[in-house]
Design a binder for this molecule. Structure first.
Ligand SMILES: NC(=O)c1ccc[n+]([C@@H]2O[C@H](COP(=O)([O-])OP(=O)(O)OC[C@H]3O[C@@H](n4cnc5c(N)ncnc54)[C@H](OP(=O)(O)O)[C@@H]3O)[C@@H](O)[C@H]2O)c1
Ligand SMILES: [Zn+2]
Ligand SMILES: [Zn+2]
Length: 351
């Protein structure tokens, strides 16, 4: 297979900074779209993966799965996308297309789904490399179209932070007057607030300190509860139909279970791993409450969200950075000092 060398940014070890790397991209095959990457969002998953927090990283890693760009080239069988179009790529670049999940637009739960980075690239027999790079080549079926009215850099985080919170909001049928709570005001949290608010829900933010109260309200929350304050937690007992938990590290879920209404569900999207302390089942049994998980979203659902964002004029609140600032951005992310998503201006990689 013909390939070309392009510039990227990534890391070769869990304890090494990200730095310039050269990687290969395939030349377009008949179904492929080659995209010049203009913007790429910075997700906390990029940091987890670069540092091997999930114990499955193969190096080198080029993170980035919130990609917005312009089409440079298309294969002969590409039907709906043409050179010059503005398009997007999220967390998925391939799946088996035949299993029940794929047939039901749930490609993210396909046993053979291929992540935009760190997945298996069947074309090059190597790992897939993500959006901290000049270009990406993706099959048309995994390329999304973006609404024309929205800021291009601000759309990028919709591709992961947005869809990861949208999918559970839709699955648990959030609508007018639903009572939604969001734990953690970072990239996912701020999109969850905006989206739940746009769906007509009553939205509560749980944050650990009072630093982000005004931002939470400005983003669309109706109230902010400081999760470290027992009196405030007491005030919202038995309240929520759904809680979206975006916390990236081990934490105690038990204080939040009591804040669910009967039949309520706490959906973990942030933390992957065993819980410590363990879950106490009593309040779950006494109120038919659930704890669930959810992974990003399928291609059709991501397109639905992009269209919803276009209609409701929703983008992410971003801080635009140069690729050379990525290590500092990761340090700030570890301190929860993100307002509320870093997006890389990919011009900086080319200069
Ligand atoms: N399930 C999926 O498909 C999926 C998709 C994308 C990302 N993720 C995961 O979702 C998590 C969040 O990603 P993100 O990009 O939104 O991260 P982020 O921007 O760093 O935001 C996380 C927020 O969680 C709170 N937080 C951080 N550390 C905490 C701790 N130790 N205890 C309690 N709260 C803490 C902070 O909010 P406050 O300061 O307000 O407390 C922080 O702003 C990551 O683990 C990421 O890997 C999952
Ligand atoms: Zn992500
Ligand atoms: Zn499949």
């Amino acid at each position: 297979m013909n390939t070309k060398n392009i510039k990227a940014y990534g890391t070769e070890a869990p304890d090494a900074n990200l730095k310039p790397l050269d990687i290969k991209r395939r030349e377009v095959t008949i179904n492929d779209v080659e995209i010049d990457i203009l913007y790429c969002g910075v997700c906390h998953s990029d940091l987890h993966f670069a540092r091997n927090d999930w114990g499955m990283t193969q190096y080198p890693v080029v993170p980035g799965h919130e990609i917005v760009g312009k089409v440079l080239n298309v294969g002969a069988s590409v039907k709906h996308i043409k050179v010059g179009d503005l398009v997007a790529v999220g967390c998925l670049v391939d799946s088996c297309r035949t299993c029940n999940n794929c047939k039901n637009d749930l490609e993210q739960y396909c046993p053979e789904w291929v992540g935009t980075y760190g997945g298996y690239d069947k074309h090059l027999d190597t790992n897939t490399h993500g959006g901290y790079s000049e270009t990406i080549v993706v099959e048309e079926a995994f390329v999304l179209s973006i609404p024309e009215n929205l800021d291009l850099a601000g759309i990028a985080p919709v591709l992961c932070a947005g869809i990861t919170t949208w999918s559970p909001l839709r699955h648990w049928k959030v609508g007018k007057d639903s009572k939604v709570a969001v734990i953690g005001l970072g990239g996912l949290g701020h999109m969850a607030i905006k989206l739940a608010d746009a769906l007509g829900a009553h939205v509560t933010l749980f944050s650990r300190t009072s630093n982000k109260i005004q931002d939470g309200l400005d983003l669309g929350a109706d109230q902010v509860i400081i999760s470290t304050d027992e009196t405030q937690m007491e005030r919202v007992m038995g309240n929520f139909d759904i809680i979206i938990d975006t916390v990236p590290y081990e934490h105690d879920l038990n204080p939040y279970i009591g804040t669910l209404n009967t039949n309520g569900t706490l959906v973990v999207v942030g933390y992957l791993g065993p819980l410590d302390p363990m879950l106490v089942t009593v309040p779950m049994i006494m109120g038919r409450k659930s704890v669930a998980g959810s992974l990003i979203g399928g291609i059709a659902e991501t397109q639905e969200l992009l269209d919803f964002c276009g209609k409701h004029n929703i983008t992410s609140d971003i801080e635009l950075i140069n690729i050379q600032d990525i290590n500092q951005a990761y340090q700030r992310m570890l301190k929860s000092d993100v307002h509320y998503r870093f997006v890389i201006d990919m011009k900086s990689l080319k200069s």
